[in-house]
Design a protein around this ligand. Structure first.
Ligand code: NGO
Length: 519
């Protein structure tokens, strides 16, 4: 068959156009990928007309200290590409993780990432920095890279030069495993999900009225009896020491430090039910499966109370490689103000004695804590005299304002899960505040960082956790990591939209907020 000269001209023009459009589309897609990293990096430079594709012959290279991080990266990339991606300590093209030669500006957790036509180089001064660089690399790849089954390529990273490091040292997520118990697998998955956004602390709320979730050898009934139920009366559960240490190690490999919390003197019904001698009247109450707060207290006047606390903190500190141990201290409405102060004055030194720094809900500020203690602000106002006084004395403050950072608050009145005592928190509300000047008297230098607490009175499953954390958690992560100069809702909501297909590929159950134009 012959084609007329006219028709062939049209065809050629059409082909050219298609070629142009697809080149333009590719460039657009590349630009979109570069601009969609959350948290927004300190500095990103696109390198036009350059890209690198991961292929069947790509190698992942890492110097000795970096092979752990390289292997974690390879695990993610192998699942979706189906490529072998061998990890070795050789040098050459491909993906290369280097623990030398980084710009000193990157500090302890930052990294430099460069994409050229022959590969991707990540440089950092620590494995934490390398890990953070690999999380950025995941976000520079197409969303399908997060799938758990083999996808068809290409797996292309746009040309880029990135220099990045965090604004705050502490970027946290808290999971309440006391109201509802979550098995180790669910906690590990949450670690994976938060680590992708460079969140570096996981605070586990291990004890409350409804359950005691960690084995303590010197007081075994805490876990076996105190952990035997949960909100609503289900079977509950607890972590053995081996399981707990396994969670801690799993998290550590992903640059996440676990902060264990044992709440006291209130929120202690599970402990009081397990040991009669911890009660002032010597009578153990029943286990509790409701959701009221403020009704329980350890017996502040009994010596055995402090022996108990010493034992618990000693055993917990021994399982905690990280620097922090959380002692709760919130809503002690069944303890008088004077008793509360006397109690905390005895507890702070026990934490220090076992080599840890105490974090407490900001109620502890009323007990004039030593400057090593970190009050975690969970109020709904922007001023608190006890907290600002503590900051004035030199205490660092962790920012979790309940009307901004609480991941258990409903998004809207239509949200099926969660509570709303601190208000409804849509995506923008959760993003639009500055942890460095939110609370009067607590400036950039007094703020240790941010944390998103996820209380679980109404949260029962892994899917419930994800629905409340996503898409709000990445916003908190950005508040903690990115320089304030990068804060911009309009740009952020586009970056966030680009996460949607990633979460779909990962099977993350997220809330499709109407504030975001999901692709
Ligand atoms: C409060 C309370 C918790 C609840 C939570 C629910 C703090 C620090 N104490 O936050 O016991 O679970 O609200 O949003």
């Amino acid at each position: 068959m012959r084609t007329s000269p006219w028709l062939s001209r049209v065809l050629v023009a059409g082909l050219l156009l298609t070629g142009l459009t697809s080149a333009a589309t590719q460039a657009q897609a590349a630009a979109a990928q570069i601009d969609s990293v959350i948290p927004a990096p300190v500095s990103v430079q696109a390198v036009p007309n350059v890209s690198y594709s991961i292929t069947a012959s790509t190698q992942i290279r890492a110097q000795a200290g970096g092979t752990g991080v390289a292997t974690l990266l390879a695990d993610v990339l192998r699942r979706s590409t189906g490529f072998a991606l061998p990890v070795s300590d050789s040098t050459g093209d491909g993906v290369s993780l280097q623990l030398s030669g980084a710009d000193p500006q990157v500090g302890a957790e930052g990294y430099q990432l460069e994409v050229t036509a022959t590969g991707v180089t990540i440089k950092a001064t620590t494995t934490a920095g390398l890990f953070n660089g690999t999380q950025t690399l995941r976000e520079l790849l197409p969303a399908k890279i997060e799938a758990s089954t083999v996808q068809s390529g290409p797996f292309t990273v746009p040309g880029a030069k990135i220099l990045d490091y965090p604004r705050f040292a502490y970027r946290g997520a808290m999971l309440d495993v006391a109201r509802h118990f979550f098995p180790p697998d669910v906690v590990k998955r949450y670690v994976d999900e938060i680590a992708l956004y460079k969140v570096n602390y996981l605070h586990l709320h291990l004890t409350d009225d409804q359950g005691w979730r960690i084995a303590i050898d010197s007081w075994p009934n805490l876990a076996t009896y105190g952990g035997s139920t949960q909100v609503g009366g289900g079977p509950g559960g607890y972590y053995t020491k081996a399981q707990y240490s396994d969670i801690v190690a799993y998290a550590a490999a992903r640059n996440v430090t676990v902060v264990p919390e044992v709440d006291m003197p209130g929120h202690t019904n599970a402990a009081l039910a397990s040991y009669a001698q911890l009660n002032c009247n010597g009578v153990a109450p029943k286990l509790y499966t409701g959701t009221n707060v403020g009704f329980s207290s350890l017996c502040v006047s009994k010596d055995v109370t402090y022996q108990f606390i010493d034992d618990v903190i000693r055993e917990l500190a021994a399982m905690t490689p990280g620097p922090y141990l959380h002692i709760g201290g919130d809503e002690a409405s069944s303890t008088s103000a004077a008793d509360y102060k006397a109690f905390m004055a005895k507890v702070f030194p026990i934490v220090t004695k076992y080599g840890k720094r105490a974090v407490g809900w900001h109620d502890v500020a009323k007990a004039t804590p030593p400057t090593s203690v970190i009050p975690q602000f969970w109020g709904t106002t922007t001023s608190d005299s006890a907290v600002s006084a503590a900051a004035g004395r030199g205490n660092k403050v962790l920012q979790s304002p309940a009307n901004k950072a609480y991941l258990d608050m409903k998004y809207t009145s239509g949200t099926p899960l969660g509570q709303d005592w601190a208000g409804k928190i849509e995506v923008r509300t959760g993003y639009d505040w500055n942890p460095g000047n939110y609370l009067s008297g607590v400036g950039e230098n007094a703020a240790m960082g941010v944390e998103g607490p996820l209380w679980t009175e109404t949260i029962r499953t892994r899917q419930d956790i994800e629905f409340m954390a996503f898409p709000r958690l990445p916003g908190l992560a950005e508040l903690g990591w990115s320089p304030w100069s990068k804060h911009n809702w309009t740009a952020y909501k586009q970056r966030l939209a680009a996460q949607g297909p990633r979460w779909q590929a990962m099977g993350v159950n997220f809330y499709r907020s109407t504030q975001i134009t999901w692709p």
